[in-house]
Design a protein around this ligand. Structure first.
Ligand code: HEC
Ligand code: HEC
Length: 259
């Protein structure tokens, strides 16, 4: 799902033609499978959210909530636009595979109906009490200077994730697990075992936060074992918290926007 800036049109012709062969729907919200929309929400959160915003109105002159695009009518044209980007205007080209492209388009077509998720707006102050009390979120997470470093820092989660994404993290964390949040188990050549969360990785090195929250940077050639878990360590709160508590909690998370 990473970004790559493509040098030539020939390169991206491949994934898009594969995508176009599927008999793509043409833009009615109800034409899209729920699973595509859910997957697309993740693709969007990882790749598009930071410019276009959780509400789809983050780029001036572009508002996904209207359901209309200046540069595209059909889904096929949308795929072309996303595949090419607008390099001079600041949007990189996205080489998305079929699942990601289909998903993100399904999500764009539905952003207005779905982004708020199915939980109604709650009370953020009560939500903070759930966060610090019954939910015991601080036993794993950190917000500003409070809590544990075992799990991702949530201090600016309300700025980086959409409501729908946060809701899925609470109710179905397995489905919502971002690659960057996966737990890793490492054994170095000297035999030291390290458990932690991956923060960053390239071809030669991996950076993680260990169980005590310390930043560790390792050279991959020094590792005897490197396992990445695909199982979410975040517990599901479906049934653990009432609907009202979930609504309050979600409203509180949406207020966490860093400084
Ligand atoms: C680095 C910022 C940035 C990122 C990341 C980004 N975009 Fe854009 N996008 C823009 C800008 C800026 C424009 C407006 C270009 C113009 O109007 O010339 C735009 C325009 C668009 C348009 C055309 C809108 C229209 O009305 O025709 C679509 C569709 C779009 N983006 C989809 C996406 C998708 C999907 C993603 C994620 C896979 C994404 N963008 C990621 C900056 C970004
Ligand atoms: C047992 C430890 C634990 C507890 C308790 C816990 N979480 Fe998590 N949470 C995690 C871990 C670990 C992740 C990273 C993804 C994964 O491994 O599932 C995570 C991920 C998340 C994410 C997604 C972060 C992102 O990058 O989008 C959110 C939001 C979140 N947790 C909120 C909460 C809230 C709110 C509570 C309390 C109601 C809570 N968590 C309780 C361990 C925990």
């Amino acid at each position: 799902m990473g970004i790559s800036v493509l040098a030539s049109a020939a390169l991206f012709a491949l994934p898009i033609s594969a995508w176009a062969q599927q008999g793509a729907p043409q833009g009615h919200p109800e034409d899209y499978a729920a699973a595509d929309i859910a997957h697309g929400a993740r693709v969007y959160a990882e790749n598009c959210d930071r410019c276009h915003g959780a509400d789809g109105a983050g780029v001036s002159g572009v508002d996904f909530r209207t359901g209309k695009f200046r540069n595209a009518d059909t889904d096929r044209q949308l795929a072309m636009v996303i595949g090419r980007g607008f390099p001079t205007a600041g949007m990189p080209a996205f080489a998305l595979d079929t699942a990601d492209m289909t998903g993100v388009i399904a999500y764009l077509r539905n952003i207005n109906n779905l982004d708020r998720g199915s939980i109604p707006a709650g009370d953020a102050d009560r939500g903070r009490l759930v966060f610090e009390g019954k939910g015991a979120c601080l036993s794993c997470h950190r917000v500003k200077d409070k809590g544990s470093r075992q799990a991702p820092d949530l201090s600016d989660i309300g700025a980086t994730r959409s409501a729908g994404t946060l809701e899925r993290s609470l109710i179905n964390p397995q489905e919502q697990l971002f690659p960057i949040n996966r737990a890793v188990h490492i054994v170095t050549r000297e035999g030291t075992a390290i458990n932690g969360r991956r923060l960053n990785e390239d071809t030669y090195t991996v950076q993680l936060a260990d169980e005590d929250g310390r930043l560790v940077s390792l050279s991959k050639s020094d590792l005897r074992q490197y396992t990445i878990s695909t199982k979410a360590a975040m517990p599901s709160f479906k049934g653990e918290l009432t609907r009202d508590e979930l609504a309050d909690l979600l409203s509180y998370l949406l207020t966490l926007k860093g400084q």
